[in-house]
Structure formats: C-alpha cells, structure tokens
Write a protein that binds this ligand. Structure first.
Ligand code: NTF
Length: 841
C-alpha cells in the first residue's frame, strides 16, 4: 500500500494508462516500435518470425495491463479464489487466442497487411506450448479459458517444463521422438525473479519438547532447490478479466554454483549440483493414462505442490484472517492424483509450522480440497513406494501414516464387523514393498470427488471407490461432465463456421452462452444455409488435403469421406480396431467388380497421435497404419476409393486444422475405459458426425444430439467383465472377418508379418483384453451404415446442423459453473468496466 501513487499524481498516470487497440494505427505503431526497439530490427530485416514476435509483444502489452488490473481487483475485493493444480496445461498457441479474446483480430489482420504480412502466416510462426500429454492437459487449458471468460478469480499452478511433450517424427513408418525445446522465444511468460521459494527434499525428522513443554516436529537437513515463478496471462473472452497461470521452474539453491566447492577446486561437481536441481522441471513425463513410479516424477510433484502452497498460504496470511477462514478464501482443485501431496503439505504447514492442533488443521484441509478422477485404468492409478517416500519426504510419510490411522479408526468404528475392509481401503497397500495409494489419500483428504462423465462417475462409485462410498456416503461423490471452450474449438479453429452461426443466432453471443446454438435447429432444412455449411466443410477439407499432400506426398480427394481418429495411441482407444477395419475394407475392394466399386463411397482414413516412447504395442500400431498406407495408397485397383494417412506430430495447433475437416471421427474405446473423451465434443461442434462406443461422454452426446445423429456400436460396459471372463476360459470364437484380416497380415501383405505379431497375438492368444474381436463385427456393420448415410449428402448435412445445434451442454463454461457451484462455492468477480476494449468480433 505504501507503493501506491498519491491521489494528486494519479491523473498523470491515467493519461498514459494502456487500453485495448482502438484502431489499426495504434496496433501498427506498437508493432513497428517493438520491431525497432525490443527486437532491434528494421523494415529491412523483418521476417515472419520477427513480425510474430512484435505482434505478440504488442498484444502482450495490452494483456499485461488487464492482467494487473484483474489481480489488483481480486486482491482488494478479498473474495474467494480457486486454485487449479495441474501437472499438465496443454495450451497450444497463444497469439490467435489473445487476439480473439481481446477482440482485436480484425485490427491486427488489417494492420499486418499494411505492414506486408498475412496474419495466418504470422500466427503459424508460434511454437505450441505443449506442456501436456492429451485430454487431461487440454481440459486444464479449456478450464483456464472458461474461468477467465466467466470472471472467476482463478489461478492455475503448474510446472514450467523446459521440454514439453516430444515432437513426433515418422521415419520409415516408425515413430521417432525428438525433444521439444520450446523456450527459445516465449513472449507469453513473465519470469518473476522476486518470487522464489525454497523447496526441501530428503533429510530427517526430529521430535522434541520445546521450552514451553510443547511437542515440536521439525524437518531438517537434506537438500534445498529453488522454485522460481513464471507467470502466463490468461485472457478471458469479451471481458477484461485476465487470470494468471503460474508455472514453477527449478533452480539450484546456491545460485550460479556452489562457491565453496568451486573454491576448493571441485568445479565440476558444483556444476553437477546445479544441473541436478534444474532437472526437476526439465521434462514432462510423456505417458498418457500410465504411471511409472519414477523418483524424479515424485520430486516434480512435491516441488510444484510445495511451491504452490507456499504461495497460496502467503497470500492468505496477508489478509490477517483466522486459519478457520482458510476454506472460505481458498478452494484447491486437484487435477487427478498428481497433486495429492498438497493435502499432506497443507496439513504439515498447519501443524508443524503454524502450530495448529491436528483436528483443527485436518478440518481446514478437507474443506479446502476437491479431487477429480480421470481414469479407472489400473495401470494409471498412482502408487508410490513407501521406501522411496521415506527417503525423499520423511515428514510427509509420517503425516500420511497418521492420516491413515485416523481414517482406519473411523472405518473400524463404522464397520466393526468387517475386518477385510480395512486392508482394502487403507492408504498404505501391504505389498512388498509397501505402497502409498494416492487416489485413496486424495479421497480421504477432499470434501468432494468427481468423475468426468456420467458413466465414468457411476463406474468409480461402483468399482474402484465402492468402499469409500459406503464410508463417506454418496454425497461426497459427484459428476461434472467435461466440456470444451467454444472460443478455441469453434471460433478460432473454424472462423467461417463461427461466422455463419453468428449470422443466424443473433451475433457472437453463442460463444459465451453455447446453448444459443439451438437457434440453428430452424436451419437444419434451409437450403441456402445448408449450401453455405457444405461449402465451409469442403474448404476445411481442402485445407487438410493440402497439409496431407505437403507432409506425406499423398494426394487425397477432398470430396471423399474423411474418417479421422486423432488422439494418443493406446490399446484401450483401439486404433488397432480401426486399422483392422481399414484392412477389411481394402480386402473387400480388392474382391469387388468394377461395377460394385463404382457404388462405393470413397474414403480417406486419417490417423494421428503419439505413442508413449516406452509403449511398444502403441508404436507397433503406428507402424501398421503406415505399412497399410504404403500398400493401399499405391494400389492402382483402389485409387481414390481408399487412402490411409498417418499425420505426424498431432498437437493442439494441428487439431485446430484437422477437426474442422472431418466428416466422421472415431471414438471407439472399449466400453468403460475412456473416462470422458473431449475430442468427441470438438468434432461434433465442428459439424462432423461420430462413430463410437457406448463409453465416456459419447453417451451424453447421444442423449443431447439424438440417437439418429450418431453411429453407436459395440458391447456395453456392463458386459465387459463377463466377456473377459469368457476369453480367459477358452470361450473365445474369433470374428471371421477379423480372421481374414489377420490372414492378410500374416501373408506379409503389409511387409514382414513378424513385426505385427504382438498386435495380432494380443487378440488371438492373449485374452483380447480390449475386446476387439467381440466388437469387430458391429464396428464393420456400422461403418457400412456410415457409407450409406454419407451418400445422401442432403440428409447428412441436416444431421450435422442438428447436432451442432444441440451441443450447448458441452461448453467448458457450463462445466466450470458446475464446479463453482457444487464444489468450490465461489462467485464470479465482475470487472469494473470494459476499459477501452473495442467491441469483440
Ligand atoms: C483422461 N485421463 C481420460 O483418459 C479422458 O477420457 C478424459 O477426457 C481426460 O482425462 C480429461 O478428463 C487421463 O489422462 C489420466 F491421466 F487420468 F489417465
């Protein structure tokens, strides 16, 4: 407060305060100034990279002012804040988003044209911020956009990885991983060298009585690593509210290097210490739906959680409120179990550092946290070995044991006659070595637990967390179905469609209230509207076809049916079933007469997605897709009737181009395995239909858009267990069409069959855990229905329009409002004014 400028001098400040771009002259002046001063270049050496840099800096200046004002307002108003803790934020590019959210993209477009550039080329210069693996990380990014757009006082906390998810290259049909160093030039982050937190690892715990006879516990020794804050502004759409994403970067505690070691001549080891510290935030673990229990990963988790909590607690303490008011000021959402240590860390702060009694502290802790579960796959549920924990975080392990003790006492009291339940629900698994079950810890330490789609939320209650529903009662468990931000996934990715929709729904209001899309129902049979709709889809397909040509050399016909499956490669997502279906189609075409072939709808099967570097089966799937592609795409018999494409390096910015170009997309996981899925929502919102199983959010999409607008197939989640059981007891008759596909593979039709042996073997000989054979027949049949339906373009387009009209529910705004109301108990904070922002486009 002492730093505040006295009233009489404030007029001078106000005169020069930044505001949004009023016209393109302002934009051009700022951009040229950044080229000439910040970048020290001129019109004689301003390439697209420099133009991107200067444009971003011009927009960043505006964001920063809004960001400062938002933060000030949040501080002064002293309202409750939500803190979203996520180890992944898959943000993608920022410039396009900033221009649209600030509402000055048209100005920038004209301005850049004046200066000699095309805005698309400038946007394309930006490196994706790819600090995530897949759906979980992208969900966090959509949530940030919604929280800012809805004016919620919200902060994201994450890690500033030096390397995000690897870049995928395809070499001779195989995936090769290349490091993604993305920080060469990143105008969207602000290093806060003054916000540095010491983080402790290892060491020992000491218990003693102090002078007042009070029991004291201290955690001593070990090593210290520094956490440095980097802030990323998150602009809301059509509002000046700009929130903060704080990412922590690790740094050696001794500064540049250890001078003592240096002076004693041990220069090399002083550098090694520094490098070891910096390793903590060096790289994102590239596994989706899989945990591997590596010590460095646990270090990352504690480093990030401890720094974030220090920050949150410091902010709370400034308010001088009583500790009991903490949950009224602070809500913390745990994005999966990765930040579960935050529960333990807050308890430690309260009892060891702030001197609260255990019970009082624990009440505060459990009122503060909410936990979102994102998977039921056993291999993805986090467990940490007790010996590893003991070594790295000795005090935290003690606290976990204590939490467990009190919890098990409660269980015992509640179910005195059930001894077995204690072992089942214990936070400590009595295995060799013992393990800490993070999901159980997260449940015990939170006041709400939610799944991410209705089926998923039901499944967690009846399977993996069944006992906990009995212990805590059903009200602790709830559902919040995932959503996506229509700003990025419609307005930004598909500007022409967005414009067309705006022309029929009374402007761009639908981008803030997606239910307004239902106005489109009135146009599902409007001839003129449908023509424009079809033209836009075609143009999007032409754009993708060009990308396919330049990146793979294959020519595809934009009039063909584009069938797309883009997502992380995983056996449960069943890309193998898709490619087997493609082989089946190929064999069918080969057996057809010329007459029959004429009746067939031409199709382009498009795949994309990364395999975790150590996931051999997933890599084999990629290899098979490419091998099938090189045979099919060069077969003169087939021509345009079938093309098979693998798109390299699927990421957020590519998704923005790919998704608007789909006719049909595939969401075909084994029922009960995909918690929600979010790309299914993106595809439908962009006027594509989907083929899918009764899994995750597909079920709710069906409920919203209607059964006749979706191609559902396959076994239901409730039947999966029995089917698996049958396989294991030899009752596994293979689907005859699938057998033919396997015969083709084994005949070396797509190259050495040996390299695909494991893929076929998993189904033929190893229990077919993901039920590919069980679902294959209905999959093929349903694909035939797709072919038939696509031939009637008129009806097809009506289905697409009707579906889009009914997608309002899947906005991440709806989703965030549900979290705010049922979990966070938090209200939006309306901004003071629009502060000179131009009207949005
Ligand atoms: C993913 N979970 C699920 O697999 C997706 O179905 C879901 O859409 C997203 O979360 C977002 O909720 C994970 O990545 C994890 F880590 F939980 F396995």
């Amino acid at each position: 407060v002492e730093a505040s400028i006295p009233e009489p001098q404030r007029e001078a400040w106000k005169k020069f305060q930044a505001h949004g771009f009023r016209d393109k002259d302002e934009f051009e002046r700022d951009t040229v100034r950044h080229v000439e001063t910040t970048l020290a270049r001129s019109m004689f050496n301003c390439d697209e990279t420099a133009a991107y840099a200067a444009t971003s800096l011009a927009f960043r200046d505006r964001l920063i002012t809004q960001w400062n004002r938002t933060q000030q307002r949040q501080t002064f108003s002293d309202t409750k804040r939500i803190y979203y803790l996520s180890l992944e934020f898959l943000m993608g590019r920022a410039l396009d988003n900033a221009m649209l959210n600030v509402g000055a993209k048209a100005i920038a477009k004209d301005g850049l044209a004046d200066l000699g550039f095309r805005i698309e080329d400038i946007i394309a210069q930006e490196h994706d911020a790819a600090l995530g693996n897949g759906g979980l990380g992208r969900l966090a990014a959509c949530f940030l956009d919604s929280m800012a757009s809805l004016n919620f006082p919200a902060w994201g906390y994450g890690l500033r990885y030096r390397y995000g998810i690897f870049k995928q290259e395809i070499v001779d049909g195989y995936q090769v991983e290349v490091p993604d160093y993305w920080l060469d030039f990143n105008p969207w982050e602000f290093p806060r060298h003054d916000i540095v937190v010491d983080i402790q690892f290892y060491g020992n715990v000491r218990k003693y009585q102090n002078d007042q006879g009070k029991n004291v516990v201290t955690w001593e020794g070990g090593e210290i690593v520094k956490a440095v804050a980097y802030d990323v502004p998150i602009p809301g759409f059509d509002t000046p509210s700009t929130n903060n994403l704080r990412l922590w970067s690790s740094k050696a505690a001794s500064g540049e290097f250890d001078f003592q070691k240096f002076n004693s001549g041990d220069y090399e080891s002083s550098v090694a210490d520094q490098q070891r510290a910096e390793t903590i935030s060096a790289v994102l673990y590239p596994n989706d739906n899989l945990e591997r229990g590596k010590e460095l990963r646990l270090k990352q988790q504690y480093f990030w959680v401890a720094a974030s909590l220090y920050d949150i607690v410091r902010r709370f303490k400034k308010s001088k409120r009583a500790w009991s008011e903490f949950p009224e000021q602070v809500a913390i959402q745990l994005n999966d179990t990765h930040p579960t240590l935050a529960i333990v860390e807050l308890q430690r702060i309260l009892i060891d550092l702030e001197g609260l009694e255990w019970d009082e502290a624990w009440k505060i802790v459990t009122k503060t946290f909410g936990y979102t579960n994102h998977t039921v796959l056993p291999e993805a549920l986090e467990k940490w070995s007790v010996p590893l924990f003991q070594n790295l975080l000795p005090r935290h392990l003690q606290i976990i044991y204590e939490i467990n003790l009190f919890f098990l006492q409660l269980v015992e009291k509640k179910f005195p006659k059930e001894r077995e339940i204690l072992g089942r629900v214990s936070i400590i698994e009595e295995s060799q070595p013992k393990m800490v079950r993070m999901a159980y810890l997260a449940i015990v330490g939170s006041h709400k637990v939610n799944g991410v789609a209705e089926l998923h939320s039901d499944l967690i209650k009846t399977t993996i967390f069944k006992d906990f529903v009995r212990i805590f009662g059903p009200d602790k468990f709830t559902n919040v179905t995932n959503g996506i931000t229509p700003r990025r996934w419609l307005h930004q990715a598909n500007p022409r469609l967005s414009e067309l929709i705006a022309s029929k729904t009374g402007g761009i209001g639908f981008l803030k209230d997606l239910t307004l899309l239902n106005e489109l129902e009135n146009f599902a049979d409007d001839k003129e509207f449908k023509k424009e709709w079809a033209e836009i889809k075609y143009a999007n397909k032409v754009r993708l076809a060009k990308h396919i040509k330049t990146t793979t050399g294959v020519t595809v016909n934009p009039a063909a049916l584009f069938d797309i499956q883009v997502k992380r490669i995983h056996e449960y997502k069943r890309q193998q079933m898709n490619i087997f279906g493609v082989i089946h189609r190929y064999l069918t075409i080969k057996n057809m007469s010329a007459e029959e072939r004429k009746k067939l709808a031409p199709r382009v099967s498009i795949f994309g997605g990364k395999a975790a570097p150590g996931y051999w089966m997933a890599k084999t799937i990629i290899h098979l897709v490419n091998s099938v592609g090189s045979v099919v795409n060069n077969d003169k018999d087939v021509g345009d009737l079938l093309k098979v494409i693998f798109l390299e390096d699927y990421n957020v910015s590519k998704a923005e181009m790919i998704i608007p170009a789909s006719d049909i997309s595939e969401h075909i996981s084994t029922a009960g395995t995909e918690a929600s899925g979010t790309s299914n929502m993106k595809f439908v919102l962009n006027g594509g239909l989907i083929i899918g199983t009764c899994d995750g959010a597909n079920i709710e999409i069906t409920r919203e858009i209607g059964e006749s607008n979706i191609f559902l197939f396959g076994n239901l989640a409730e039947d999966v267990e029995d089917l698996r059981h049958a396989h294991n007891y030899g009752d596994h008759s293979m689907d005859p069409d699938l057998v033919k596909v396997f015969e083709a593979i084994k005949s070396n039709m797509f190259g050495d069959a040996g390299s695909f042996g494991a893929l076929v073997g998993a189904i033929e000989d190893h229990g077919d855990y993901y039920l590919v054979s069980d679902d294959f027949h209905s999959y093929i049949q349903t694909q035939e229905l797709v072919d038939e339906a696509y031939k009637n373009q008129d009806e097809w387009i009506s289905k697409c329009i009707q579906s889009v009209a009914r997608m309002g529910f899947f906005s991440s705004d709806r989703c965030i409002n549900e979290y705010a109301e049922s979990i966070w108990n938090i209200e939006p904070l309306q901004p003071e004014s629009k502060n000179g922002l131009p009207k949005s486009e």
